[in-house]
Design a protein around this ligand. Structure first.
Ligand code: DHB
Ligand code: FE
Length: 287
């Protein structure tokens, strides 16, 4: 193997209260135990299959960005990213080490494939990025590998379509596969599942929608990519639109470009966690 390769995709919700439960030592309490139990397989699996780099698709929640500036797609090219202060002080988690060389290559390749990325050389990362890391790696003193943050605007409309997200995933796969070092890269899609945090429908959860989304994301990503935003918002709540980011990671899997179907290594769904349904998947590309 002389080029980099995407070995697997990991999908996970990023509920901030999960981070708080871990940070405050509450993960074995009865409310949280079933949530963390759903990640036991995953923690073991990633220990046995450690990636060299994670390309982590997430959304910033008006933390690094604001209404002053709203990049649709932004890649973090810095050497490190500090956990953000979201109002209660930064989470007590390690600083995220980036991979400037691969990130710069991805920016070059993906922009040449006609996706307009914003290049971010300084960015604090919020729960959208750190909570999935905590769920997969627990509470290490250092994160075990570099992480390239890739932020998607799903907070302020207009947000990118499912189709554009799937296509971007394909461009990201081509970018990784043209990098001249034999890196084992995982791509993570985060956010979701159904939830709505404000207004008369606050607290909305839709198990039927969420499970149909997981089924179709696995078996028919091209079909799922045609689902318009309004369906996510109507069925999965205003913050359910975060799920569109999962299509970026799914689009980076080999089968979307005519390769073999991925293997479903793990699938987990649990309600409730805070105001949110928790969903989690691991898909592996066959060698
Ligand atoms: C909650 C979920 C989110 O995705 C988020 O960004 C903030 C809060 C919640 O369930 O409380
Ligand atoms: Fe969120």
């Amino acid at each position: 193997m002389s080029k980099a390769r995407i070995s697997a995709s990991v999908y996970s919700s990023h509920v901030p209260a999960i981070g708080a439960a871990l940070d405050l030592g509450k993960s074995s309490e009865p409310y949280w135990q079933p949530v963390f139990a759903g990640y036991e397989f995953s923690k073991q699996w990633i220990k046995e299959n450690p990636p060299d780099v994670i390309l982590l698709i997430f959304n910033d929640h008006a933390t690094a960005f604001s209404l002053d500036m709203i990049p649709t797609f932004a890649i973090g090219t810095a050497a490190s990213f500090t956990p953000a202060d979201e109002g209660w002080g930064p989470r007590p988690v390690p600083v995220v080490q980036g991979h400037p060389e691969l990130a710069a290559h991805i920016a070059q390749s993906v922009i040449q494939q006609d996706f307009d990325l914003t290049i971010v050389n300084k960015m604090d990362v919020d729960h959208g990025l750190t909570v999935p890391l905590s769920l997969m790696f627990g509470q290490p003193l250092q994160w075990p590998c570099p992480v390239i943050p890739f932020a998607v605007n799903v907070v302020q409309y207009p947000v990118p379509s499912g189709q554009r997200c799937l296509n971007l995933g394909q461009a990201l796969r081509r970018a990784v596969e043209s990098f001249d070092k034999p890196l084992n890269v995982q791509i993570w899609g985060t956010g979701g599942m159904s939830h709505q945090l404000q207004g008369p429908r606050a607290g909305l959860i839709n198990k039927v929608f969420d499970n149909a989304f997981l089924d179709r994301l696995i078996a028919d990503p091209a079909g799922q990519a045609t689902v318009p935003h309004i369906d996510y918002v109507r069925e999965a709540g205003s913050e359910g639109i975060e799920l569109v980011m999962w299509l970026i990671a799914r689009g980076a899997m080999s089968d979307v470009a005519g390769g073999k179907a991925p293997e479903v290594l793990h699938r987990f769904y649990h309600v409730p966690a805070s105001n949110t349904a928790v969903g989690h998947l691991i898909l592996e590309n066959p060698l």
